[in-house]
Design a protein around this ligand. Structure first.
Ligand code: NAD
Length: 384
């Protein structure tokens, strides 16, 4: 398992980036997240869709190894003695598969943003590519890195709310209430680049992932009602989805990009036979726990009531807010732990639970099933 490169287990991980050029959104967030705990060093990039823009963007970041495209980068970096050990893929969705495959086949670890791919066929091929590679695959469903999300997951696993009956998850936004032509909106509303789902792919996959991550339930079927409210829009901008989980629990998922007043209002509520839990992304340091028949209890990040799973991912004392960037960095921190373990040829600690390529496939299956169900007048569709 040891790659021959970088055998010092604590040496910084040499990182490359595909996408994340000038004016891109999430590439900058990944760069901050990778640096926050000083475990990665960005050394190479194929940062944009054209060689010129890639070079310009590389220069702005002070990079010396800047490539025309991701294929050239994968080939050349794999030949270098101190080439990259991991790559972050932060392009629009339709590029994820082709880019990830190039690095996986050369044994370079992949940290890829969601949704895994723009089509179900590509997602299945990517799972095979990851399985036949020695490299790791980390999917940045970043909300799973928030300490209070880990706290909720741990409490549910410990039986704090009993057998789960009801899961309510929602992710409403309002930035696509009307037609927008800036680039993040433009590719997200083009099914060729985004995939068949609009809000379902962009934020519904986050909601679905966090619901499954926290409850550790597996969905077996869904019924979806998708709408494109904005005239001319080719993908959904609002979705209501009913979920049936293995074991009998029932769920409802709402994703919307046309809900005025909502920015990134991801919210999860889980109700069991003995109690309930509530968490909201815009108040991420707090978790509400209600044991049935007792008053609600507020558990605070790094404060009273928070356990080990949450505390190991907290950096500052309670009351000083941590949020999006730190949650993202926690996924990078766990990626680093897994890469260090890989260097030694061992498995990472069991506390490392970042989303994987399989979770990515589940997300793309969720989108495909939503589109299929909605096209059949919201008929129930099995999630294989
Ligand atoms: N986890 C999160 O919270 C989160 C948030 C936003 C976006 N995302 C995901 O991140 C990805 C990027 O989204 P964004 O909003 O940053 O998009 P963006 O349009 O802002 O940036 C995309 C970047 O990729 C580059 N690019 C396009 N094709 C390329 C290619 N073939 N090779 C190299 N670079 C290429 C573009 O030039 C641009 O620099 C998407 O998959 C999106 O779903 C995740």
């Amino acid at each position: 398992m040891v790659s021959g490169r970088n055998e010092e287990t604590s040496e910084r991980i040499r990182l490359g980036m595909v996408g994340g050029g000038n004016d891109a959104f999430i590439g900058g967030v990944h760069r901050i997240a990778a640096r926050l705990d000083d475990k990665f060093e960005l050394v190479a990039g194929a940062l944009s869709s054209t060689p010129e823009k890639s070079r310009e963007s590389g220069k702005a970041l002070g990079l010396t190894r800047v490539y025309d495209d991701f294929k050239q980068m994968a080939m050349r970096e794999a030949r270098l003695k101190s080439g990259i050990e991991a790559v972050s893929i932060v392009t629009p969705n339709h590029v994820h598969y082709a880019a990830a495959r190039e690095f996986l086949k050369r044994g370079i670890h992949v940290i890829c943003d969601k949704p895994l791919t723009s089509t179900l066929g590509d997602a299945k091929k990517l799972v095979k590519a990851a399985e036949s590679s020695d490299a790791l695959f980390i999917l940045t469903h970043n909300y799973t890195g928030y300490p209070m999300v880990r706290q909720a997951r741990d409490m549910i696993a410990d039986g704090a709310i009993g057998k789960i009956r009801v899961v309510q998850v929602e992710y409403p936004q309002d930035w696509l209430v009307e037609h927008q032509d800036f680039k993040q909106a433009e590719w997200r509303t083009d099914p060729e680049r985004s995939g068949a789902g609009g809000s379902t792919g962009d934020i519904g996959t986050h909601a679905y992932n966090i619901a499954c991550f926290v409850t550790q339930l597996e969905a077996e079927s869904l019924a979806a009602d998708l709408q494109a409210f904005v005239p001319g829009r080719k993908v959904d901008d609002n979705a209501h989805v009913l979920l049936r989980f293995k074991g009998g629990a029932r769920g409802m998922l709402w994703s919307s990009q046309v809900a005025p007043g909502n920015e990134n209002a991801l919210r999860l509520r889980v109700y069991g036979e003995k109690g309930g839990l509530e968490w909201a992304q815009e108040d991420p340091n707090h978790l509400w726990f209600t044991p049935y028949g007792e008053p609600k209890r507020l558990i605070t990040r790094n404060g009273s009531g928070a356990g080990e799973a949450a505390n190991r991912l907290s950096r500052v004392p309670p009351g000083h807010p941590e949020g999006y960037l730190e949650g993202f960095a926690n996924i990078y921190g766990e990626a680093a732990e897994a890469i260090y373990a890989h260097r030694k040829g061992i498995k990472p600690d069991a506390s490392v639970v970042f989303p994987t390529v399989q979770d990515g496939l589940n997300g793309v299956k969720f989108v495909a099933a939503c589109v299929q169900s909605s096209a059949r007048n919201s008929a129930w569709v099995k999630l294989e």
